[in-house]
Design a protein around this ligand. Structure first.
Ligand code: AMP
Ligand code: GLY
Length: 428
């Protein structure tokens, strides 16, 4: 019997996961909840929101789903994995206790410290005046300092502050004005690290893990890493800085110890472990963990995985990864995100998307914020599409992906023109 799979989420990351899962020879039927119109040719989209975990459970029981794969963090934090497992269902993702690795920076920093896993020096405060006093120990010496809300804050809870005033304003926003609600009841104040950022992805079953790949995201909205942060404007994989030696260090000093630590704490980590790392002169240090696949990193990871992904996800969910290995493609992969005018601020929806039918057959397009009416796609979100190419030579690949991007248009479309330039040793 083939596998009946439910994929939860609706972004570009989930379209890329659906594209990969749909290629599995053991798949019988793929559903996405709620999915997006770009995914409709790969799976059946079910109009249940990703956070309606009770309705998702009813659907999974009724449709006899063999494996549920969770894309975004919100249902993980709401305990979807705990709920599904209580009902005997197999689900890929961490329990809510294990998802604290993403959901609470205080939890994670304390865990890293306890187990000697490299990260920035830090202190935790729940009193704003004590926190403010502590800032001076950095800024009196002219050092930059980083202020982080403890909980999830839609990517806006971290401020890398150049001076005392900026850091103090961040404290006010988090602790006094309570911009992020309960997520700001505690803050982490930590030293600023310098280096290149790399994301690394592994899949764990609670005790074993398999390494996938490293990738580099482009978080700021404008070229040369300028402007406000976004969900991610593009990515590429196999950053040259991530050498085999560095990989070994990351595995030995970060990935293996954190999986062991989570098991030792009684909250084994099953799912994707997404490590946000700063590669400093003193070696790799953990900036954060995410308890899910990255977006847009998944759009470049999925095309690089040669093996069937379904047995891998299922084995991890069942705690039986054993000696499973994953076969990867050689070369590299790049993704450019096309965004709506105004994003990451306010933007309009409903602009007709043109040019999708003129693309080269080797180009992949993953939809994020789109809608569809009478065979035409329209914009329906901030990040609209991800244009993806895989190949061997990064320089050619950059040229190819941008040639394809230029064939697509919608009113006020914008995108970064420097995705992948870091891989060529360019200035960033
Ligand atoms: P986080 O959510 O903790 O990864 O922080 C978001 C972003 O803030 C990271 O991707 C980094 O660009 C930056 N950041 C976080 N912590 C530090 C740090 N200690 N030093 C320098 N930059 C940091
Ligand atoms: N690309 C950043 C994230 O998924 O959090």
């Amino acid at each position: 019997m083939g596998k009946r799979v439910l994929l939860i989420g609706q972004g570009g990351r989930e379209h890329a996961l659906a594209w990969k899962i749909a290629q599995s020879p053991v798949l019988e039927k793929l559903y996405a909840a709620p999915g997006n119109p770009g995914m409709e040719e790969l799976c059946q989209c079910i109009p249940i929101p990703a956070t309606d975990v009770k309705s998702l459970l009813d659907f999974a029981l009724q449709e006899k789903i063999d494996l549920t794969v969770v894309g975004p963090e919100a249902p993980l934090m709401e305990g979807i994995v705990d709920l599904f497992e209580e009902h005997g269902l197999t689900i890929f993702g961490p329990t809510s206790a294990a998802a604290r690795l993403e959901g609470s920076k205080v939890f994670t920093k304390n865990l890293l410290q306890k187990y000697g896993i490299p990260t920035a020096k830090y202190d935790v405060f729940d009193d704003i005046e004590l926190a403010r006093e502590h800032l001076k120990t950095y800024t009196d010496y002219g050092k930059a300092v980083v202020v982080k809300a403890d909980g999830l804050a839609a990517g806006k809870g971290v401020v890398v502050a150049a001076d005392y005033q900026e850091a103090s304003r961040a404290l006010d926003a988090i602790m006094k004005d309570k911009e992020f609600g309960k997520a700001g009841e505690q803050v982490v104040i930590e030293e600023c690290l310098f280096g290149q950022e790399v994301s690394f992805f592994a899949i764990s079953d609670g005790s074993n893990f398999v390494s996938l790949l490293s990738a580099q995201d482009h978080k700021q909205v404008f070229d040369d890493d300028k402007g406000p942060n976004t969900g991610g404007m593009g990515a590429y994989c196999r950053p040259p800085i991530y050498t085999p030696d560095l990989h070994q260090e990351v595995v030995d000093q970060v990935i293996a110890p954190v999986i062991k630590a989570m098991a030792a704490e009684g909250t084994p980590y099953r799912g994707v472990l997404y490590a946000g790392l700063m590669i400093t002169e003193a070696g790799p240090k953990v900036l954060e963990f995410n308890a899910r696949f990255g977006d847009p990193e998944t759009q470049v990871l999925m095309p690089m995985i040669k093996s069937d992904i379904l047995p891998l996800l299922e084995a991890a969910a069942k705690g039986k990864l054993g000696e499973q290995e994953v076969e990867l493609e050689s070369g590299t992969c790049i993704c450019v995100v096309l965004a709506a005018g105004g994003y990451p601020g306010a933007y309009q929806k409903g602009k007709e998307i043109k040019g999708l039918d003129s693309l080269d057959p080797d180009t992949l397009v993953f939809h994020a914020g789109t809608s569809k009416k009478n065979h035409t796609f329209y914009t329906n979100g901030g990040r609209v599409l991800a244009v993806v190419r895989r190949g061997n030579d990064m320089k050619n690949l950059i040229d190819q992906v941008y040639q394809e991007v230029e064939k697509i248009s919608f009113d006020d479309m914008h995108y970064r023109r420097d995705i992948g330039r870091k891989a060529l040793g360019g200035r960033i």
